[in-house]
Design a protein around this ligand. Structure first.
Ligand code: GH3
Ligand code: MG
Ligand code: MG
Ligand code: MG
Length: 331
């Protein structure tokens, strides 16, 4: 996911939009042991109301960068006792700091190490003595680019999660299920491990809507989703297929275990009335559950059962549960 995210970002960043980003008030970390240079940097960046945090050691720089949220890290390559390049490569190796722009400060005679720093992932450099306008311009450019990329990444992640989850309940949606179920089944086919599917549907849900309104109906849907998630393991997949129909896929779960989970889930819904918006107060809700098991066996062509076939069998069982009186589990 992360790989493809950055791939997308590369394509989406256009210079035009970057320039519309503001760069003021940036949180900047400066790793510098020369008091004179540090004063100059702090004074200069104050013109943009940037907040400068400083340290005179690489260890301190790494610690601060990992603990706080910086938008630019300025690393001096003229530290008396240390090599700022090491910090540069450490910042690139940590997930948290990998995306923070790095600006190097170096002596004119030290272009070899500047080149090495750029290779390690530093974004830009300044030659001492520091020119105030140049410092401001390079800082603004890097901060703008970072802010723009953060915004793109947030948008991209939001659109990904919107496409794969149901906005009412926060559960995965049908699209996500279709994408992942074949993978889960393939894996179990290879390992000969069973996968169980529960398909459940709220009983007489139309009556809830018709009696108390769609808003209360939505509250019930959310609460059903929460109770289901709470009663399952982290690696069980829970999805809302649409309407008031849900599915749970449980890897490495045999028929006996699946029936036990289904029965527990049925009771968690039926035994505790749902608290919904007044004046209704509390209402009784029940669900019917159909259970089907993919035993991992391969067919004549060497394929495990398809997700569609598994869900069709669960649907047949659900239909039986409805016909035989609802609020029950049928395999
Ligand atoms: P059964 O026990 O046979 O499942 O009966 P039922 O009334 O639950 O089944 P039916 O399929 O007839 O009705 C489902 C209802 O679910 C109809 C529709 O108004 C409601 N519904 C579907 N999606 C939503 C939703 O997102 N919010 C709300 N509030 N209601 C929904
Ligand atoms: Mg129905
Ligand atoms: Mg229903
Ligand atoms: Mg239904």
């Amino acid at each position: 996911l992360r790989e493809s995210t950055s791939g997308q970002l590369g394509m989406l960043v256009s210079t035009d939009s970057v320039h519309t980003q503001t760069a003021e008030g940036a949180r900047v970390l400066v790793v510098e042991d020369s008091a004179i240079d540090l004063d100059k940097i702090t004074e200069t960046l104050a013109r943009d109301r940037d907040e400068v945090t400083d340290t005179d050691s690489c260890a301190g720089g790494l610690e601060l960068a990992l603990a706080e949220e910086f938008e630019l890290i300025v690393i001096s390559l003229t530290l008396m006792r240390e090599d700022g390049l090491r910090l540069c490569s450490q910042l690139r190796s940590h997930e948290k700091t990998r995306q923070i722009p790095v600006l190097l400060l170096a002596d004119e005679t030290d272009m070899d190490r500047v080149a090495k720093g750029l290779e390690l992932g530093a974004n830009d450099y300044l030659i001492k003595p520091i020119d105030r306008n140049e410092l401001l311009a390079r800082t603004r450019t890097q901060v703008r680019r970072k802010r723009y990329q953060d915004k793109l990444r947030a948008n991209y992640e939001a659109s990904l999660s919107m496409a794969l989850t149901d906005s009412l309940t926060g559960l995965f949606n049908r699209r996500y299920l279709s994408a992942h179920l074949p993978r889960l089944l393939d894996r179990s086919g290879g390992n000969n491990k069973p996968v169980s599917a529960l398909l459940f549907d709220i009983d007489h849900f139309k009556v809830v809507n018709d009696t108390w309104g769609h808003g209360v109906g939505d509250e019930v849907l959310k609460e059903v989703a929460q109770r289901a998630s709470r009663n399952l393991r982290n690696f069980d997949l829970v999805a809302r297929l649409g309407g008031e129909e849900f599915v749970v896929i449980m890897p490495d779960t045999d028929g006996v275990q699946a029936m036990a989970v289904a029965e527990r889930l049925r009771r968690r819904i039926a035994e505790e009335p749902f608290a919904v918006t007044a004046p209704v107060g509390r209402i009784d809700v029940t669900i019917s559950i159909g259970v089907a098991l993919a035993d991992g066996a391969l067919d004549a062509d060497g394929n495990p059962e398809s997700g569609d076939a598994l869900l069709r069998r669960a649907d047949t069982a659900l239909y039986q549960a409805k016909r035989s009186g609802r609020n029950r589990v049928v395999a």
